[in-house]
Design a protein around this ligand. Structure first.
Ligand code: ZN
Ligand code: ZN
Length: 681
């Protein structure tokens, strides 16, 4: 039966199966078969889409079924990208097909029958490559530190040598200028570049700055673009019309032909880690792709992740330093205010210290601008019954719903379900509710009470959802039509606000108290990033951090904006507790709608794992109910496996998982693996 095919293909499917399946190629499809194209194949009793990952003349397998159709006019992924995906599937413990799916252009999927062979238009016009005339001029004279960093980078560029750099530069030190000049050099060599940025930076001045320099050569991926626009950008890149790709995490798979450089800006940002399978970290994949394709990699940040900085000490990355702001931009002064003693008496919401209120008043009278920052949107995060104290918990998630005053509704920030505040308490029948805690909406409202004549705006993911709103706010700020801007961490990422001379961080405490070993690191990063947004020229700006824990070491270090000292202390703590980078962690999430069976599975899997690691240099924590014990009606339990080497963790989990599934029917309960987890919620 097998002899009737002249060729065979190996196909990766988007299921949790990690071996490619073999299919035969009928004569009429023979000319169309190429690695990297999608095919329609029979699988069990269904027709499904897979990706061709291998072509062979022979196979020893019996009873081969024929492939049904080739779906793409040209390969969507190059052999190199397929290899990268293979690595991702092994490292992050998912199927090859799942990793391949993550690398596809927006909206293109594997799995079920899609028969949509026309999904990618045939686009093969041969356009001559434009001359390398780059619009825009270098208007900024370089600082000595910038020049030194560039010299190092150019040395690798000239030698065509793979090298990873960590560019540690304080906010305002001109990292972007280093990126631009490095990319220019790469472009002169006829090579391509990829710049990964946190999603929100894509709406900003960063992209337009690159456009001034590189014009049409830029290709941008952006989740707010329509799907067809995203696909046409993808094609421009694949055809070599765009040679510089700017995008979020997934742009690490951009189909550039000859990447010479991959830059990850704000490399510490947790948005580079995908939180669904495959749980890859775009930053780490960037380093790997650079290695595979002999491209230089630059990771840039004012507050590098502990892992990346540790890599400069072991010599895996080369450290480049920009220790000072570019001329004309002084660092702001940062102080903490003890809210136990400096609270304003007639402020029922307990939002403002006297110091901050006076500061804002002063700025308004001088026609300068203020930012008020809080990492929580909405009006009140707790609505409690005044009689029995019952909280409004989301019925799908084990988390309090947040009251949004503008829509007069309670919303769950995890599953986005909403409901009205009930007229009577379902527990005790009382009709009186209290609104506690603060969110950005509340700050906006209270600020209006204290400063009735000020022009106040709010920027958080609720308001920024509206198309064009972000740009509008940035423009009003620039034109000085805003006195006070209230916002969440959206404000912290990648934007400079030179005319803002006061930043009030309403509360630093919430971030510090999260049950996560990275809480300190995250707080330090966020405070430093937010603080770095202020000041230029004559007025370097002031940052006021309000807290009930003014003696906390993280806050003390954030005031000094001393990354080196922060690293030293954090490193000591990680080393003592054997936390990453001094160990590797795989977080196992057991999840299901049936609580009893979820717990039973978690306990069963954990005890099987415990057997497997006995006598070996690994540590198992849990099972324990996750800090958020239910999301979207699924109960959640965590198991944490810690060890010195990632390979032995991989091996142990894989073997135990297979054995466990052989002995146990887990039905709808999911066991999900997160390698190098970024969140422990
Ligand atoms: Zn009640
Ligand atoms: Zn919910």
């Amino acid at each position: 039966m097998t002899e009737k095919f002249a060729k065979f293909i190996e196909v990766a499917l988007g299921y949790g199966i990690d071996i490619p399946f073999v299919y035969g190629i009928p004569d009429d499809l023979s000319d169309h078969v190429e690695i990297g194209k999608r095919v329609l194949v029979p699988f069990r009793n269904k027709e499904v889409t897979g990706c061709i990952v291998g072509i062979k003349k022979e196979t020893g397998i019996e009873n081969i079924r024929p492939a049904l159709a080739v779906l793409d006019p040209f390969p969507l992924l190059s052999p190199k990208i397929l290899e990268l995906c293979k690595w991702i599937s092994e490292y992050y413990m998912c199927s090859w097909g799942q990793a391949i799916e993550a690398a596809f252009p927006a909206g293109v999927k594997l799995k079920g029958k899609t028969g949509n062979s026309g999904i990618m238009p045939d686009y093969s016009k041969d356009k001559p490559v434009d001359d390398l005339i780059v619009p825009g001029k270098n208007t900024f004279p370089l600082t000595e530190a910038q020049q030194n960093a560039l010299n190092e980078i150019f040395e690798s560029t000239n030698a065509n040598r793979f090298q990873s750099y960590l560019l540690e530069g304080v906010t305002g030190s001109g990292k972007t200028e280093v990126y631009i000049r490095s990319i220019k050099k790469i472009l002169e060599k006829g090579l391509d570049s990829i710049l990964l940025v946190p999603e929100i930076s894509l709406t900003s001045t960063l992209v337009s700055r690159f456009e001034t320099h590189f014009g049409e050569k830029i290709g941008v991926f952006h989740s707010r673009l329509t799907q067809s626009k995203r696909r046409s950008e993808w094609l421009r890149i694949k055809n070599g019309d765009a040679k510089i790709v700017i995008g979020p995490r997934s742009a690490v798979f951009a189909p550039v032909k000859n990447p010479g450089m991959i830059i990850v800006d704000e490399e510490h940002d947790s948005s580079f880690k995908q939180d669904t399978a495959p749980c890859y970290n775009g930053r780490d994949v960037a380093v790997l792709r650079g290695k595979m394709e002999n491209a230089e990699v630059i990771l840039g940040s004012a507050t590098p992740s502990i892992e990346s900085y540790a890599n400069t000490i072991t010599g895996k990355y080369k450290l480049l330093n920009l220790p000072e702001r570019v001329p004309g931009r002084k660092l702001p002064s940062v102080i903490t205010i003890d809210m136990r003693t400096d609270r304003v008496k007639d402020d029922p919401a307990k939002i403002f210290s006297r110091h901050l209120l006076t500061g804002i008043q002063e700025r308004i009278s001088k026609n300068e601008q203020t930012i008020l920052f809080l990492n929580r949107r909405g009006f009140a995060p707790m609505v409690l019954c005044r009689n029995c104290g019952a909280n409004q918990i989301c019925k799908h998630c084990d988390i309090a719903m947040v009251y949004h005053e503008s829509a007069d509704i309670l919303r769950c920030h995890y599953c986005n379900s909403r409901k009205k505040v009930p007229s009577i308490c379902p527990h005790c029948g009382s009709g009186e509710f209290g609104y506690y805690g603060i969110g950005t909406e509340r700050i906006e409202e209270e600020a209006r009470k204290f400063f009735p004549d000020a022009r106040i705006a709010r920027l958080d993911s609720d308001t920024a959802r509206k198309r064009g709103y972000f740009d509008k706010i940035m423009k009003s700020l620039e034109e000085k039509n805003i006195d006070i801007l209230v916002g969440t961490q959206l404000l912290a990422k990648g934007h400079d606000y030179p005319d803002i001379t006061l930043i009030g961080i309403i509360s630093a405490d919430g971030m510090l108290n999260l049950p996560d070993f990275r809480a300190g690191e995250r707080t330090f990063q966020l405070l430093t990033q937010v603080s770095g947004r202020a000041g230029r020229g004559e007025s370097p700006g002031e940052v006021v951090i309000q807290t009930y824990n003014p003696d906390h070491y993280i806050l003390k270090l954030a005031i000094k904006q001393d990354y080196k000292e922060f690293y030293k202390q954090e490193d000591r703590f990680r080393r003592a507790l054997k936390l990453p980078p001094y160990s590797r962690i795989v977080q196992i999430l057991v999840r299901g709608k049936n609580e009893k069976r979820t717990i039973k599975t978690a306990i069963g899997f954990a005890s099987k794992l415990r057997e497997s690691i006995s006598g070996r240099n690994m540590e198992l924590l849990g099972p324990a109910e996750a800090p958020i014990s239910k999301i979207q009606s699924k109960y959640r339990w965590h198991i944490l496996l810690k060890g010195d080497e990632i390979e032995s963790l991989h091996g142990t989990i894989k073997k135990t998982y297979e054995e466990f599934l052989k002995d146990n029917k887990i039905g709808n309960i999911e066991i999900l693996l997160d390698v190098d987890p970024q969140s422990q919620l």
